[in-house]
Structures are given as structure tokens and as C-alpha cells.
Design a protein around this ligand. Structure first.
Ligand code: TIU
Length: 247
């Protein structure tokens, strides 16, 4: 089986390309642009932009070869019935979840600020998971979808490294998925937390999984699936945000 150079050792790809998915966590305006949830929490959101071109290249490689792509959004229903009061109350910001900000209501599904940034907007056929928690498996159909599609290997990307990306990777690892965190396709508001997360994932012989870089993954995919693999078409709307694919 082809393998990707990785830490703590090579990451073996599955026996068939249909068993691999790219998971893009929460690349939303709420986290990457001023006026959203990330800034309301007191963060400098500008530093998350750095990964966008590299993540675009990885996404394009997956699209070119018709491999499975899964986007997630952290969001809540407009009535906030899926948001624990502890999450609303947490922090000292004057702008809380559900409040109106410059990009609409903070972290509420369907608001302009809650959408995925245009550079990474989902295409028809790509899976979009709306999640109320930090982990993408909590109160979502993600595990069922992965099982139904026979997916065993996940490449983890997105923001923020130590919050939603790491939580999701740990959830996936406990469920038996072989996960690799893509170092240059994930970012944190705190560079030291990103480095710490990468280190703790691979410690103890890969206790949570692997880390690797996008260029090595793209090169491996180009060698592995030159003809393209599996299309997961479910949405024929032609709309770039493909809302009916949201799960
Ligand atoms: N605050 C922070 O770093 N992250 C989040 O609240 N959500 C995600 O990581 N997506």
C-alpha cells in the first residue's frame, strides 16, 4: 500500500481510495474574519488565514481525484435549543452566541458570518456536517456516514488545532479511524498550542495518530489515484454552498 511520509512514522493509505476522506473543520467566517465568534472570544483572527492557500491545494487534489471531502461548521439553531447555557455564558465578551454582530448572529446557522469562507466553499456532492459541539462526532451523523461509505482513514484539517480539530481527531481515534493531522492545513490563535497539539498527537508512538504535510499527501494521492476514484454525488443543485447537503 502507498504510504505518506509522516510523524512518528509513515502513514499507510487504505487499500482503496474510497476509504479515505479529507475532513475540513470549521473554516468559517466566524473563526477567520473580524466580527465573528473567534474575535468575540478575544482572539486575533488574522493568523488563521495563513493556511488557506495550502488547504485549497489539498482540497483541489481531492476534488481532482473525486475523493471524499467532508466540511464541518460549528453552529447552532436560531432558537439556540442545541446550545448548552454553559457555552453561551462562557467568557467575558459582550458579544455572546446568538447576539447580533457585524456578520449576523454569532455562531448561528445560516447567518452570513457562519458560512464557510468563499475560498473553501463546499461543492455539490461534498458532505457538510453542522455540529453544535467542538467535536464533529458529537450530536451529528458523521460516524454513520463514514461507516456507510466504508471510510477508515481521515486527514484532519481546519481550525482551531487544539479545539475543534484535536477534539474531532480524538473522537475519531477512539472510534477506530486512522487519522493524520495535516500540519500546514491547521492553525490556532495560539502558535504554541498548535505545536503542543501536534506533539501530543504523535507522542507515545502515535497515541492519537500521525502528522504530516500537504505536499507529501498531494504527491501520494497523485501516484495513488491517477484516474480518479469515487464520486459521492448527492446534491445536484449547482449551488456552491449546497445547503441541502447539510447534515
Ligand atoms: N475558540 C476556538 O479556538 N475554537 C472554537 O471555538 N471552535 C473551533 O475550534 N472550531
Amino acid at each position: 500500500m502507498p504510504a505518506i511520509p509522516a510523524t512518528p512514522y509513515d502513514y499507510e493509505l487504505p487499500s482503496h481510495p474510497s476509504q479515505l476522506a479529507l475532513v475540513i473543520i470549521d473554516m468559517q467566517r466566524d473563526f477567520l474574519e473580524p466580527g465573528g465568534f473567534g474575535e468575540a472570544l478575544g482572539n486575533d483572527v488574522s493568523r488563521l488565514q495563513a493556511i488557506v492557500p495550502t488547504l485549497q491545494s489539498l482540497l483541489e487534489a481531492f476534488r481532482r481525484h473525486q475523493l471524499t471531502v467532508i466540511h464541518t461548521l460549528e453552529c447552532h439553531r436560531p432558537d439556540l435549543s442545541d446550545c448548552p447555557s454553559s457555552k453561551i455564558k462562557r467568557g467575558k465578551s459582550s458579544l455572546k452566541i446568538g447576539d447580533s454582530g457585524p456578520m449576523g448572529r454569532i455562531l448561528v446557522a445560516g447567518e452570513p458570518g457562519n458560512g464557510i469562507i468563499p475560498a473553501l466553499a463546499p461543492l455539490p456532492g461534498e458532505i457538510v456536517i453542522e455540529k453544535p459541539g467542538k467535536g464533529a462526532f458529537y450530536h451529528t451523523p458523521l460516524d454513520t456516514i463514514l461507516q456507510e461509505k466504508g471510510i477508515t482513514h481521515l486527514l484532519m484539517t481546519g481550525v482551531t488545532t487544539e479545539v475543534c480539530v484535536q477534539t474531532t481527531m480524538r473522537e475519531a481515534n477512539d472510534r477506530g479511524y486512522e487519522c493524520l493531522m495535516v500540519e500546514d492545513c491547521t492553525e490556532s490563535y495560539f502558535p504554541e498550542f498548535k505545536q503542543a497539539t501536534l506533539a501530543m498527537v504523535v507522542a507515545q508512538g502515535g497515541i492519537v495518530g500521525w502528522t504530516g504535510v500537504a505536499a507529501n499527501i498531494i504527491a501520494a494521492i497523485e501516484r495513488w489515484v491517477p484516474q480518479g476514484a469515487i464520486a459521492s454525488g448527492a446534491c445536484n443543485s449547482g449551488l456552491s454552498n449546497c445547503p441541502q447537503n447539510r447534515l
